[in-house]
Design a protein around this ligand. Structure first.
Ligand code: GDP
Length: 440
């Protein structure tokens, strides 16, 4: 996420790192570099100018520094200013009503339907009885897409394939929700490729009829300043409550994320970071985003992702097996599945402070786990729990079954044995340390 911007900002403040104190000259150079970095990231021109002026003023206003170096102080100032630019505080998504109604708007291709599915899943996990409504009456494929998302997430989808009136569909869906004990109705709407009067009128009518407690505007962050302009137009007509930025996992430059709040004066509420449905939708935290942009990672979000992916019982069970040295291939497979549930690997790596920068030139293969999963899936239950029985003929069979080579199978078994050895050592070491045994 925002790799180029991060690198350029890093370079900009590097000049200051060797300096003993902040002076007018070195601040001017650094600020100029920062402005360039922001403009390259497609940040709105006025916004870039405003924020760099703020940074300059703040930096020059600093008294003689004792505890921190100018470089560190500057990063702190930039981080604070970026946070402020993106809205400072979290504005929670908080739909109210019985049922609560949420209206989703945005252009076609922005990721509206995918977001509707993800939000449905997130809210279902939060204990809501969710109903998704297919309100795109022009594209049957959009209805199919929402239905598929509903099947994948176990969330009910309301459709009226023959009805071409989105206002009626939405109203009927709410009636249906009331009768069927639903607490949250999320209405997906039709999008066009560009802003278009008929589309605007239609969504205005849907809004007036269903009176949503939250109207969200979904925008593709890859489209940079276009995203900001579209948001402005939609907001003038719809007066929406919050923005959803999608596709932040791609090589987005960052302009939309950094400018939208200041230009449109509406909070960003969610960010979407992948095509997967689970754990790729996060509440937007301006401070965490600023830290990520500055290459400082985002450990808080990483821990939250882990908490979402693991349940406590599973963690206890695993801990017990580890302590008894019974960790087997089934456990490895389940671990891989949990890691995958935490989201896109690239996205996770960027959350570890310094890691994104360290691996910036490394190709990270999202499919790296595939052969491992295939190999384990080709093992018999006995082989999975007793890796020591693995003979050459068994390995050959597994390689064939998993479409891998015998060498890959050997490697995995070797790595697995190494893993077990390390765990044994850790167990022995922690055996005498009270408190490290845990997880009874
Ligand atoms: P809609 O026309 O606005 O409903 O857009 P869709 O939900 O159909 O999304 C358009 C495309 O973008 C699809 O291929 C989605 O899989 C993809 N997409 C949606 N959200 C994300 C995201 O956060 N990251 C990535 N990489 N792709 C996304």
């Amino acid at each position: 996420m925002f790799d180029n911007l991060s690198q350029q900002l890093d370079r900009a403040v590097k000049n200051l790192k060797g300096e003993g104190r902040i002076s007018e000259i070195n601040v001017a150079t650094t600020v100029k570099e920062i402005r360039k970095a922001l403009l390259n990231a497609d940040v709105n021109f006025k916004v870039a100018k405003e924020i760099t002026n703020d940074i300059k003023e703040e930096a020059l206003g600093q008294k003689v520094l004792t505890a921190v170096s100018p470089g560190q102080l500057f990063i702190k100032i930039v981080s604070d200013k970026l946070t402020e630019l993106m809205g400072s505080t979290v504005v929670p998504f908080n739909p109210t009503g019985n049922p609560a109604v949420v209206l989703i708007s945005g252009l076609q291709g922005s990721g509206k339907t995918t977001f509707t599915g993800k939000l449905g899943l997130k809210m279902k996990k939060a204990g809501k009885q969710v109903l998704l409504v297919a309100g795109d009456v022009y594209r049957p494929a959009a209805i199919d897409q929402l239905e598929t998302l509903g099947e994948q997430t176990g969330v009910e989808v309301y459709t009226e394939r023959e009805n071409k009136n989105p206002v009626e569909i939405a109203q009927n869906a709410i009636e249906y929700a009331k009768k069927n004990g639903k607490s949250l109705v999320i209405v997906d709407t039709a999008g066009r490729l560009a802003v278009d009067e008929q589309m605007m009128k239609e969504i205005e009518a849907v809004k007036a009829a269903v009176k949503p407690s939250e109207t969200l505007f979904v925008v593709d962050s890859m489209t940079g300043q276009d995203a900001v302009n579209t948001a402005k137009t939609f907001n003038e007509r719809l007066d929406f409550d919050g923005v959803v930025l999608t596709k932040l996992d791609g090589d987005t430059r960052g302009g939309a994320a950094l400018s939208i709040r200041r230009v449109v004066e509406k909070p960003i509420k969610f960010i979407s970071t992948g095509e997967k449905l689970e754990n790729t939708l996060d509440e937007f935290h301006p401070d965490r985003m600023a830290q990520r942009i500055l290459g400082m990672g985002d450990v808080v979000s990483l821990v939250e992702r882990a908490q979402q992916a693991y349940d406590e019982e599973e963690a206890k069970r695993l801990n017990k097996k580890l302590r008894k040295n019974q960790f087997d291939f089934n456990d490895l497979l389940s671990q891989i599945q949990h890691i995958k549930k935490m989201g896109d690997i690239k996205d996770l790596i960027a959350m570890v402070p310094g890691m994104g920068k360290m691996l910036k030139d490394t190709e990270i293969d999202e499919n790296a786990f595939k052969p491992v999963e295939a190999i384990i899936s080709s093992m018999t239950p006995e082989e999975r729990t007793k890796p020591e029985i693995m003979s050459t003929s068994r390995k050959q069979r597994i390689a064939k079954g998993s479409g891998t080579s015998i060498q890959q199978v050997n490697n995995l078994i070797k790595q697995f044995e190494e893993m077990r050895k390390t765990m044994k050592k850790i167990n022995r070491m922690s055996g005498g340390v009270p408190g490290m045994k845990g997880g009874k």
